[in-house]
Design a protein around this ligand. Structure first.
Ligand code: AMP
Ligand code: MG
Length: 413
């Protein structure tokens, strides 16, 4: 029985238990925090800005001294001090006085407004205000952007450059993040050889191992590559057990179809796993086995991916990556990056399964345009998958999407 794609997606996410923020965490330097997932809410004891400061090069003044109409007699003030950035003002700005101030300079006591330099004229220790300001103009007030004690960044976000800047500004040089999920990968098949081995008649190169390692590295997990396991139940059983012993999630490819040498599902049950999904109504990628293993409080996930290279990758993009995002502690968005677009060629399917076509998507004249990859759309043809960046989806029951009509796309990577 083939499970519809949406149901499989929901089931897999339901089976996925996030890492435990209390246990599965580590402190890391901000210098290595890119892409990591925050394991707790972050608050700072510092206001941002830390003190009132000037947003302009100009003069710090008392608004009440300069608010009057300026006709042909501009207001004149006495400059009592010069305040570059990083300097603590020593003078109070009193009536009829001003302080020369530079961008980022700390506002002196008494002053509440900054006049930009371009609106002044300077003569000795006198400054003439040529245009009246509005009250509190060009002052960045203490705590205006962030007040100490509030939540600065939420648990479950994936840190990027901007977040890291914020953490640095808030003086958090070390941050608590989730540890990376551990994923073990192996390939199954008597016909497989490693890329550096001579190829005998009937053999093929194990490309899946490399593709899966790459996509896992991109997902931010710690990946272990366990090599090739032959279609031998005993060796396969040992390999599955050892993969489970060293990981949160296991990915194997091959051996999950209905052929005589497809042993994976049966072995999962023998090893005490519960098989939840056997096949999904998706093309490519129909034979997908999803099982769980209970380890005390925790549950481990096993994905038996199809052997066909394109099917294996489509299954990972559609089903495995979302699960790994959830597992890794991300609370924001687990699902693939879906966007609406259109295709520049008619897209076809037999209508029996939800169909994924691979190709290149460009943002053209305000919308996403999908260009199908040239060549044959066979799940065994991995050559025309090279340099694609997206999948176009034809819903089940639909046999074509005409040129220019709305089509749902997944942007990859
Ligand atoms: P299977 O699911 O084991 O029946 O494999 C389906 C197809 O995918 C067969 O043509 C296999 O030779 C091919 N295949 C299986 N594993 C791999 C792999 N690791 N790399 C490339 N092709 C594979
Ligand atoms: Mg096989």
């Amino acid at each position: 029985m083939m499970m519809p794609v949406n149901q499989a997606e929901t089931k897999i996410l339901d089976l996925t238990q996030p890492l435990d923020a209390a246990v599965d965490r580590e402190m890391i330097s901000l210098l290595h925090a890119d892409g990591r997932i925050l394991a707790q809410d972050i608050t700072s004891t510092l206001d941002v800005p830390h003190w009132d400061n000037s947003a302009m090069d100009g003069y710090a003044v008392r608004f009440m001294d300069v608010k009057g109409p300026v006709g042909n007699r501009p207001t004149a003030l006495t400059v009592v001090e010069e305040i570059p950035a990083g300097y603590q003002p020593q003078q109070r700005v009193g009536q009829g006085q001003a302080a020369r101030i530079f961008t980022g300079g700390m506002m002196p006591e008494g002053a509440d407004t900054v006049i930009m330099q371009e609106h002044t004229q300077r003569e000795g220790d006198r400054v003439y205000i040529m245009e009246p300001p509005s009250r509190r103009e060009f002052v960045r007030h203490r705590g205006e952007f962030y007040k100490a004690g509030q939540v600065l960044l939420r648990q479950g976000i994936r840190l990027s450059a901007a977040d890291i800047a914020v953490l640095a500004a808030a003086q958090c040089p070390q941050v608590p993040v989730y540890r990376r999920p551990r994923v073990a990968i192996f390939s199954t098949g008597d016909e497989l050889v490693a890329p550096d081995q001579p190829l005998q008649p009937g053999q093929i190169v194990d490309s899946n191992q490399y593709a899966l390692v790459a996509v896992m590295q991109h997902t931010g997990v710690e990946v272990t590559s366990l090599g090739i396991v032959p279609d031998d139940p005993d060796q396969l059983k040992t390999a599955i057990a050892s993969a489970l012993a060293q990981s949160d999630v296991v990915l194997s490819s091959g051996g999950v179809s209905v052929g005589d040498y497809d042993y994976v599902e049966q072995l999962l049950s023998e090893l005490g796993g519960t098989v939840h999904i056997r096949a999904v109504a998706v093309k490519p990628g129909k034979p997908l086995t999803v099982a769980t293993f209970e380890q005390g409080e925790r549950s481990q996930l096993y994905f038996g991916l199809p052997g066909n290279p394109v099917s294996a990758l489509v299954s990972v993009w559609r089903f495995v990556q979302p699960a790994l995002r959830k597992l890794s502690g991300v609370t924001t968005e687990w699902r693939p990056n879906f966007v609406m677009g259109h295709a520049n060629q008619v897209l076809k399917s037999d209508g029996k399964r939800e169909t994924y076509l691979w190709g290149s998507t460009y943002y053209l004249n305000g919308s996403y345009e999908f260009n199908p990859a040239g060549g044959s759309y066979s799940s065994g043809n991995l050559i025309n998958l090279a340099q694609t960046n997206s999948l176009a989806i034809i819903p089940i029951g639909q046999t074509q999407i005409p040129v220019g009509e709305p089509v749902r796309l997944i942007l990859l990577g």
